[in-house]
Design a protein around this ligand. Structure first.
Ligand code: DC
Length: 219
């Protein structure tokens, strides 16, 4: 069978990563969470105390290695899947991912990772920039309260207690930054199918997208 590329984009907390991971697992395809890659860059930048506002300091990307395998993110071979979810990383990742140099490096890596395999890739610019010829493009949305509720539940599960209002605020701020930046902003591709998941369960979303994939495969 021919390789199949699914692009899943959407705002923070829309469930992209969870849903993409489950679809890939069911189909035995590869999942790539591109947000985790930008978070890994941010983590390295913070740990090494570079000036986050100075684009030329991101040249370190020539020397480090970032890879995403089996839903885990590796930075120079070390699993940093937990560290990239810290508040400090979350608060700075929109800035880091706004630099054209950083984006070019990550987009090249992501395009390469999708070569010759069937993949479900999620992020903000997958349907528009990374995989513009994807076989299926989905733009996942949900209202901000629902997205905050999901993030909040995730945080509680990880033992992180915060006020729901802070989570709502974080999501609003990040959405604003991600969709108004100059370089590859969060945007629905013209040929993407928009799916509002506010009143859907994870299983319902996964099953709906799998049906869409099967339909496309049989064309
Ligand atoms: O999906 P996430 O919340 O883990 O993504 C973290 C940040 O990375 C998000 O605020 C914007 C950025 N990002 C991006 O600019 N392009 C992508 N393809 C994926 C994420």
């Amino acid at each position: 069978m021919k390789q199949f590329h699914v692009a899943i984009d959407g705002p923070a907390g829309s469930g992209k990563s969870t849903i993409s991971g489950l679809i890939a697992k069911k189909l035995n395809w590869t999942h790539i969470d591109t947000g985790a890659m930008y978070r890994a860059v941010t983590l390295w930048a913070l740990n090494n105390k570079i000036d986050l506002n100075n684009e030329s300091e991101y040249r370190f990307l020539e020397k480090i290695n970032i890879s995403y395998e089996n839903d885990q993110i590796f930075l120079n071979g070390i699993n940093v899947s937990i560290d990239i979810r810290s508040e400090e990383v979350t608060n700075n990742v929109s800035l880091v991912s706004s630099f054209p140099y950083v984006r070019k490096k990550m987009v090249d890596l992501q395009k390469k990772a999708a070569e010759n395999i069937s993949v479900v890739m999620d992020g903000r610019d997958i349907g528009t920039v990374v995989l513009p010829n994807a076989d299926l493009k989905i733009f996942l949305t949900a209202n901000v309260e629902e997205r905050a509720k999901r993030r909040y539940a995730e945080n509680v599960q990880k033992g992180k207690v915060d006020h729901i209002d802070n989570v709502i605020n974080d999501i609003i701020v990040r959405d604003e930054k991600d969709s108004t930046r100059k370089e590859a902003p969060l945007k629905k591709a013209k040929d993407a199918f928009e799916l509002d998941t506010t009143y859907m369960t994870i299983d319902e979303v996964v099953n709906k997208i799998i049906l869409m994939i099967e339909k496309k495969e049989n064309l």
